[in-house]
Design a protein around this ligand. Structure first.
Ligand code: PLP
Length: 496
């Protein structure tokens, strides 16, 4: 008998030359570390020239393989050249985390192992389980609660409000999973005018409509007005609606204000309402012992949403939802078709299927970068980094107050400072136009990246500090540049 000739006809996507890939991989890691190490030397941001965009978008669909070194070259030329800027020490726009060099490597490990963290018996699910345990502990949330890593605060809010809606309607005799909202009374949920827009998105997605949101005004410190909240609930009950949920903000996006979280918990207990806290920004400030007392009441929430890609500097994407009742959490989402049946043995075993606790079935290994980052830094150091940003916000506030032509536009409750250049003799309309121009100049000149917002009709330069690379002198520079640009443009803008 003659031996069977081994003949490889199948294709696969592994490298033909592993040694060559190894070389490229080492170069990628080296380049990335050099890039991160030198981030302060580059402009905070640069506008993308329109020709660059046009040329890039004209790239044809690749039909045949290209050399990986060429592909990497294209990345360096086309993509790396115009970054968002959020890893720069003077990026303070919106609420965007900075990431860490090591966590970039953790992402690589996660992608290499490439598990689907939806369920089954493998260690990735256990890593997520442990990370959730740690999250509860570090935020002081009850140990018996359940939780899920999600891709961010919006998804965390949606997931929490989904449980809230189902639970409260079930208490009213309506099984919304089966019947939907057709038989439901008018649902009402309460949050302040400063609450993040993802809550409206959630209300819309959950079929309640944005009209289900009863928006409550805020006090002079941008916190929800408790008397107005109580009055709104009374009015809605009298009108036959079903109040079901109150949302407290642990750090609002505009100004970083923190609602009276204990008072909201008391009110929700009294009124039998679901208590959801949006802690996308501020919940992790609990890691700083100096700030923790201001978050008291957060741990009483029925559901607590927070972000890890903001102030914990986990690379995008990572957020978390914690739900006080594991049973209510599970009952909202569990769905097990025959092809996903959980067993007690084999690969479909496992004590935890994360897909029973959220909207996604297939899920990435978000937990790895969180687990490794928490181990690498320890929560005390992360807490110090957060407190450093809070102290820097006070430093910037003092600089603003000391400068005659600058005006603070909101109290500085946490890590966000809103101010404007406001020399005397200009009305609000002129100041709005001027400050918008100052913001654009600061960004386009690559000096720094604050963002803009409007507070009580006044355009504000908004500096939101979730950046472990920022130094105090970065704010000295910012203030100097705002004043310089303000002076330069105060008289050159077209009249409104
Ligand atoms: C950023 C933010 C969100 C949304 O979080 P994403 O991670 O961007 O989805 C929700 N609430 C607040 C207060 C936020 O600042």
């Amino acid at each position: 008998m003659t031996a069977i000739e081994p003949r490889i006809t199948e294709e696969n996507l592994d490298p033909a030359d592993w040694d060559a890939l190894r070389k490229t991989a080492h170069r990628m890691v080296d380049d990335m570390l050099t890039y991160l190490q030198s981030v302060r030397d580059r402009p905070a941001w640069r506008p993308i020239p329109s020709e660059h965009k046009a040329a890039f978008n004209a790239s044809p669909l690749p039909l045949e393989p290209q050399d990986i070194d060429q592909v990497y070259e294209d990345y360096n030329n086309d993509v790396l050249s115009y970054p968002m800027g959020n890893i720069h020490p003077r990026f303070w726009a919106w609420v965007i985390g900075t990431g860490t060099p090591s966590a970039a490597l953790y992402e690589m490990l996660a992608a290499g192992l490439n598990p689907n963290v939806g369920g089954g018996d493998h260690m990735a699910n256990q890593v997520e389980k442990l990370v959730i345990e740690w999250c509860k502990e570090m935020l002081g949330y009850p140990a018996e609660a359940s939780g899920l890593l999600v891709n961010g605060g919006s998804m965390a809010n949606l997931t929490g409000l989904n449980v809230a809606r189902n639970v409260k309607l079930l208490e009213a005799g309506i099984d919304v999973r089966t019947h939907g909202l057709t038989a439901a009374p008018r649902l009402r949920l309460y949050c302040s005018s400063e609450t993040h827009s993802s809550v409206q998105r959630a209300a819309e997605v959950l079929g309640m409509g944005s009209e289900s949101i009863h928006t409550i005004p805020v006090d002079s410190e941008f916190r929800i007005d408790l008397a107005a909240l109580q009055a709104a609930i009374n009015v809605d009950r009298d009108a036959g609606s079903l109040p079901f949920c109150v949302i407290g903000s642990a750090g609002t996006t505009n100004t970083g204000s923190i609602d009276d979280l204990n008072a909201l918990a008391d009110l929700c207990e009294r009124e039998h309402l679901w208590y959801h806290v949006d802690g996308a920004i501020g919940a992790v400030a609990a890691l700083s012992p100096a700030t923790l007392p201001r978050l008291h009441g957060m741990e009483r929430a029925d559901s607590l949403a927070f972000d890890m890609h903001k102030w914990l500097h986990i690379p995008f994407e990572a957020g978390c939802i914690l739900i006080r009742s594991r049973e209510q959490h599970y009952n909202t989402f569990t769905l097990t078709p025959p092809y996903l049946v959980h067993s007690t043995r084999g690969t479909a075993g496992g004590d935890l299927w994360p897909s029973d606790y959220g909207i996604q079935l297939s899920r990435g290994f978000l937990a790895l970068k969180v687990w490794m980052s928490l181990k690498e830094h320890g929560i005390r150091k992360l807490g110090r980094s957060i407190q450093q940003n809070i102290d820097q916000a006070q430093y910037l506030k003092a600089l603003v107050e000391a400068a005659p032509d600058l005006e603070l536009l909101a109290p500085v409750a946490l890590n966000i400072v809103c101010f404007r250049y406001a020399p005397s003799g200009m009305d609000d309309a002129a100041l709005n136009a001027l400050n918008e121009e100052i913001l654009l100049q600061i960004q386009e000149q690559g000096i720094a990246v604050p963002s803009g917002t409007k507070l009580n009709g006044k355009y504000a330069l908004r500096v939101s500090i979730t950046n472990h690379r920022t130094l105090r002198e970065d704010f000295d520079l910012l203030v100097r540049e705002v004043i310089r640009l303000g002076k330069a443009f105060a008289h050159s803008l077209p009249k409104q």
